[in-house]
Write a protein of this length. Sequence first.
Length: 129
Amino acid sequence: MTDEERFEAGMAVRRAVLGADYVDRSMAQSGAFMAPFQRLATEWCWGEIWTRDGLDRRARSLMNLAMLTALGKPNELKLHVKGALNNGLSVEEIGEALLHATVYCGIPAGLEAFRAASEALKEAGVIPA
């Protein structure tokens, strides 16, 4: 696959998982300085890894929820909670993934993850505000 094909494949997956509005807005707002990063992330993360056959998108979403909890990245976690919903995970499955991550990452990381996920789930209208 060429770099351009990888980028286009990555954009398709990125839009499907995160939502076209979010992705298009991120790309449009990136500016000259951020454009190389956006391209790299789209080619490498979304075009090279998310398009592989070894795991389905649900599994990749579960992994992202756990890793982002471990890293303490609530803004990215919120984004990937919405992606997990787009990839077919239920609210219950998202909660179970965060509970599992809490045991291994610790209560502070789990609490931050649950707060971020709760905000994202409320924004998505799948749990009461």
